[in-house]
Design a protein. Structure first.
Length: 295
């Protein structure tokens, strides 16, 4: 593949707007974890999309919000830093006919860069078309966008139009990543994110937000079996009990779901062992945040 144009695209928005789902749909594969819960994405992820002769690197960012912990501060900071050096930006919003303070802040940040700036009004599939006119009107008055697009990241409607616009905005450049790279995650980071996604899907709101996942051991045997030992860190003893569940049922469910996805990714058998521990207040502890890679 010959790449003659390449660039970076910041994909931003409030929590649960659908940024990761949109990036997965553009890339045609799952490169970022998704869940119905806000703040699923904690650190910036670079997802690589190639369509000869263009390579586009989509920056999946945490949801922009008012932080209550040092982890939240890290997430918000990473969103602001994502605007530096990008060649285009996409603001993903829900179909609400008013512009919130979070969206206004992101609009301000993007306009400072003076790059092509697109508005993606997501979740088109949840409302009749006529209900979207007030949404378009509100954002048209709030900012100057290079294009306003109606789309559904879930179904894929309108995603191709956005993709084509972004590709045309990429400047002349050699490839930024090798052709066979889909994201800038190590195997350990990818595995920990898959496990954390299953935590988000299986547990209530409070517990997964106070949980982190790290991979302590990762190896592959000669027969192809991948062996993983990972640790789920909770903030409270009560949360540990919830994660483990009665007779270990919840932890077994989380592990089973994660293992099934990992086996599909690796194309072979995966042995996954999960442990649970408590680190009180880790989201507000600088040393613990560094240990978990939030720095």
């Amino acid at each position: 593949m010959t790449i003659t144009h390449a660039g970076l695209v910041a994909v931003v928005g409030r929590p649960n707007a659908g940024k990761s789902t949109l990036i997965n749909k553009i890339c045609g594969e799952k490169v970022a974890i998704v869940s119905p819960k806000p703040q699923t994405t904690r650190r910036r992820l670079s997802a690589v999309y190639n369509r000869e002769p263009v390579q586009m690197v989509l920056l999946d960012t945490p949801g922009f919000h008012t932080p209550r912990t040092k982890l939240g501060q890290f997430m918000v900071k990473s969103v602001r830093e994502s605007f530096g050096g990008v060649d285009a930006a996409v603001l993903v919003v829900e179909p609400v006919p008013s512009v919130g303070e979070i969206e206004r802040e992101l609009i301000t940040q993007s306009h400072k860069r003076r790059v092509p700036f697109y508005l993606a009004i997501n979740k088109l599939d949840t409302l009749p078309r006529e209900s979207l006119l007030p949404v378009i009107d509100a954002y048209s008055k709030a900012a100057s966008f290079d294009a306003i697009l109606l789309l559904s990241a879930k179904s894929g409607e309108g995603v191709e139009e956005l993709t084509n616009l972004l590709l045309t905005a990429m400047p002349p450049s050699p490839a930024l990543y090798p052709e066979d790279v889909s994201a800038d995650q190590t195997d350990r980071e990818l595995i920990s994110e898959v496990v954390r996604e299953k935590l988000l899907l299986c547990l209530n709101d409070e517990v997964p937000h106070g949980a982190a996942v790290t991979v302590d051991k990762l190896s592959e045997r000669k027969d192809g079996l991948v062996s993983v030992e990972a640790v789920v860190t909770c903030e409270k003893e009560s949360h540990k009990g919830i994660v483990i569940g009665k007779n270990g049922a919840m932890l077994k469910k989380i592990g089973s779901l994660a293992r099934a996805e990992l086996e599909e990714m690796y194309g072979g058998q995966v042995f996954l062992k999960l442990w649970v521990r408590v680190r009180a207040g880790w989201r507000d502890n600088d040393a613990q945040l560094r240990n978990f890679g939030y720095q």
